[in-house]
Write a protein of this length. Sequence first.
Length: 444
Amino acid sequence: MVLMEEAAFNFRTSYVKSTVFYDAYNGILPLVLNWQARPWTCDVAQKNMSSYACVSNHSVCVNVTSTTDEPGYRCKCSDGYEGNPYITDGCQDIDECLKNSTLCGYGICENMAGNYTCSCPRGKDWTNGICQSRFPVIPVVGTTGGLVVLVIALACACMIQERRKLQKMKRDYFRQHGGLILFDEMRSKQGITFKIFMEEELKQATNRFSEQQVLGQGGYGTVYKGILEGGVEVAVKRCKTANEQQKKEFGKEMLILSEVNHKNIVKLLGCCLEVEVPMLVYEFVPNGTLFQLIHGNHGLRISLATRLGIAHESADALSYLHSSASTPILHGDIKSSNILLDRDNKAKVADFGASILAPTDKSQFITLVHGTCGYLDPEYMQTNLLTDKNDVYSFGVVLLELLTAKLPFNFDPDVPAHEKSLSMMFTYAMKENKLDQILDAAEP
């Protein structure tokens, strides 16, 4: 008699009469005993521990149904255990680490009751089933922190070095421009209101010399509107250039100009000497220039009284500079755009003493001449020597502007030669007895 699994055997008649069966299977076939504890399910059986079959620790009960649909149960060892669940302590722990030496790869396998754990040598972590080198957080953080500190330290050192260089440069400029002399003179005099400004003060006042703050530009430089701390409005003149001689004399010149005090002259409030080319700070005059009043597109006629008042006030200011100031001052750039007007159209002469910053570079001098073309005394054009006569000539052209409302120079190539400059046009009209043809109609 042979006992075997039914599904694993196909009967042949040759198996009875010969040794074919033994030759084919070596006399061995699988055997399955399909059995179960009856007639109870696990939950019923566990209520009667005296007859409950799963007596081993670490065993579990599994419900099964026979081929005849009779209920029953079997016992098996819990996961991580093996043996006979039907006897006391029949289920024993499986040592997974001993059975499989590669279970934790290159890690350390540690057996536990019903389980195992994998750990890694120092410096590695158990990740995704293998030991991986741990990112050296502490050393890297330490190294990174050190590098950050080093970079910050170097940056601070560079900033300090640059700041020292900048401060030294500012001190050098201050000395070059006669700042020490000016400072000593200011301390020795009582009641002087002239101020030496720091560059940063003027940067803040003009929104870092924003184009939106520009009041005007010319051969000598650019004028910006500024607001100092306290809300005081000023005009800041940023000059273009100055030669070495001008730099040496600048402090003394500023002291002279600071003493100018006349109601029809724009007050010089101070200067900044810690820059390559000094900056001047004037009082702010709100109503624009005489040039804008005469040649603007407002379509308004200017009354004769207003014209005469502006002429008188400007002449009075010029006379003061030439004759009444503690030291005679040559203006050097008299023109309608340098005569400012307050809210009542009272004249205030600006840019006095501009000659101390006259450009010596040829291209810049050409720019200056182009900007003042029509005002320059022909004698000055020949000699390049500034005298009070040059100011008087330029003021004469301003008077002609007031009378005729015409530009001092016409750049149109088609205009006749005698109409190129206002002074030539006026002289020609006088000779031809046609003065009435060039005079501007004024309001009564």
